[in-house]
Design a protein around this ligand. Structure first.
Ligand code: COA
Length: 165
């Protein structure tokens, strides 16, 4: 199985949206309640691209099975060397090394862009994502307790950080 990474194109939006909306409906990976429209998702992605941040997709036989991106962590100027990233893989393609390729590429691009640190904000129930990030050297640096509320329960947000060399 060959996994090809490439930059996101507008035509990828509906496939990316399927992954996002799946996670909104079925998981705490996203803290949204409401499914997004193609227009909303397109504007989120295009905004990142316009600001010079990478949005990348992983293709298997022409099918977009996952994507990754990063953008501002917070908006005050002094945060300019810090980014928050995310990686999402279609449920049917988990455990095949796609997330790994996407995250390695994002780390590489962040170094090229001379950024200093990457942050992932992960729901504490999402143990697979926490373990996934640990594999790449991310460390848990804080947990904001009961900062989310979804599916009738409080959720804790885990902040994981990688300082780039
Ligand atoms: C987290 C996620 C991106 C991982 O992607 P993936 O393609 O399934 O992961 P990979 O197959 O590339 O695995 C990479 C490494 O992480 C580890 N890992 C992946 N899923 C794991 C799990 N469920 N439990 C423990 N470790 C896991 C693997 O063991 C693997 O290590 P290895 O290279 O030593 O074998 C994917 O599960 C996902 O999309 N989850 C839903 C969305 C999400 O939570 N995104 C993160 C928000 S930032």
């Amino acid at each position: 199985m060959e996994i090809k990474l490439r930059a996101y194109k507008i035509e990828d939006t509906p496939t990316i949206l399927n992954i996002i909306n799946y996670n909104i409906l079925h998981s705490t990976a996203l803290y949204d309640y409401t499914l997004r429209t193609v227009e909303q998702q397109k504007s989120i992605l295009e905004d990142k691209v316009a600001k010079g941040f990478p949005v990348i997709v992983a293709e298997i036989d022409g099918f977009v099975a996952g994507f990754g991106m990063y953008s501002e962590f917070r908006f005050r100027e002094a945060y300019r060397f810090t980014v928050e990233h995310s990686v999402y893989v279609n449920e049917e393609y988990h455990g095949q090394g796609i997330g790994k390729l996407l995250l390695i590429e994002l780390i590489k691009l962040a170094k090229i862009q001379k950024l200093h640190t990457m942050v992932a904000v992960i729901d504490a129930e999402n143990k697979s994502s926490v373990e996934f990030h640990e594999k790449f050297g991310f460390k848990t640096v804080g947990i904001i307790k009961e900062s989310g509320y979804k599916f009738d329960r409080w959720l804790d947000s885990v902040f994981m950080q990688l300082i780039l060399e």
